[in-house]
Design a protein around this ligand. Structure first.
Ligand code: ZN
Length: 275
C-alpha cells in the first residue's frame, strides 16, 4: 500500500446521478430507520451502474496508476479489478466473517472519497464488508452521524500514509512497530497471501537483475569485463547499451508511485527516488 492522491473534482456520474439517488436513499432511511436496520433488508441498496460507470473506473485507474489500492499489483487480463467502497455501502462486519450489520454506509455509495480501484482478491476474497473500528460504539449509523468520531482499524490510503503502519523485509510484509492497524490491514486485505508473496519475490528478482545489468559500464573503450559480457550475451555494442539504459531506468523508477509494489521497494531500498 502507498498513499493515493485522488484527482478533483469527483467524476460526473457521482455528482449527478449519484447525488440524485442519494436523496432517495436518505429519504428512505428517514422514513423508517428501524426497517433499514433489519438484517438482510435491501431498502438502501445503491445502484452499481452509477459507481461502476466507466468514467468513474477510468479515473480511479488513472489516479492509482492501474494498481490495486491495497496490494499494489496490477490486475491482468485474467483478473479484472473492482470499484471498491472503503466503508462498505451495503452492510458492515466488525468481526471478520461475523454478523453483517445493516445498514452499511449507504450515504457513501457515491462518495468519491470512499471509492478505490481494488483487485478481485483483495476486495472480494478478503476485505468484503469487513470494516472494524477501534471502538464500535462510535460507528456512524446513518447520514446525519459524523464520521469524525470513528477510528477505523483499516488504513485509508487517500488520507493516511500506509508506510507509517506497514513495512517489508524483502518480500515479507509486517506491521511497523507491531502496529495494530498494520496487522489489521495485512489480515483484512490478505497482504501475506502466498500468491501475492510469490509475485513480490519475482518482482524483487527482476529488480536485482536490473540493478546488476544497470551497473555495467559499456562506454568506450570497453573493459575486458564489458567485452566478455557482450560476447556471452551475443549482443552488439548498441544492443548492450540499450539493455543497460533500460535496466537503469527500471531500477530508478522502481519506487515511484506508478511502479508496481512501490511500497515494498521503498521499504527495502529507501534511497531510491519516489517522485
Ligand atoms: Zn489487491
Amino acid at each position: 500500500m502507498i498513499r493515493i492522491t485522488k484527482s478533483q473534482p469527483a467524476p460526473a456520474p457521482l455528482t449527478t446521478r449519484g447525488a440524485k439517488h442519494l436523496l432517495k436513499l436518505r429519504a428512505t432511511q428517514v422514513a423508517d430507520p428501524a426497517a433499514c436496520r433489519v438484517p438482510g433488508n435491501k431498502l438502501l441498496e445503491s445502484r452499481d451502474g452509477i459507481y461502476n460507470d466507466a468514467l468513474v473506473k477510468a479515473r480511479l485507474l488513472s489516479d492509482q496508476h492501474r494498481k490495486c489500492c491495497y496490494c499494489e499489483s496490477r490486475p491482468t487480463s485474467v483478473s479484472y479489478g473492482d470499484v471498491e467502497h472503503f466503508r462498505p455501502k451495503g452492510g458492515y462486519q466488525q468481526v471478520r466473517g461475523g454478523t453483517l450489520h445493516k445498514p452499511g454506509y449507504y450515504w457513501l455509495a457515491y462518495a468519491w472519497d470512499n471509492l478505490y480501484f481494488a483487485c478481485h482478491l483483495c476486495n472480494q476474497e478478503f476485505k468484503g464488508n469487513y470494516f472494524p473500528l477501534r471502538n464500535p460504539t462510535k460507528r456512524a449509523a446513518c447520514h446525519t452521524d459524523s464520521l469524525a468520531q470513528e477510528q477505523p482499524l483499516l488504513i485509508d490510503p487517500a488520507t493516511e500514509d500506509p508506510a507509517r503502519y506497514l513495512t517489508f523485509r524483502q518480500d515479507a510484509i509486517a506491521p511497523k512497530r507491531a502496529s495494530r492497524r498494520g496487522k489489521a490491514c495485512i489480515e483484512a486485505f490478505g497482504l501475506a497471501r502466498p500468491e501475492l508473496i510469490n509475485r513480490r519475490i519475482e518482482h524483487l528478482k527482476r529488480l536485482t537483475h536490473a540493478r546488476i545489468i544497470g551497473a555495467l559500464d559499456l562506454s568506450l573503450p570497453l573493459s575486458a569485463t564489458a567485452s566478455q559480457f557482450l560476447r556471452d550475451a551475443r549482443l552488439s555494442l548498441a544492443e548492450g547499451q540499450a539493455l543497460v539504459a533500460d535496466a537503469r531506468r527500471i531500477w530508478q523508477e522502481a519506487a515511484l508511485d506508478a511502479a508496481e509494489f512501490a511500497g515494498m521497494v521503498r521499504a527495502n531500498f529507501p534511497h531510491l527516488p519516489t517522485v
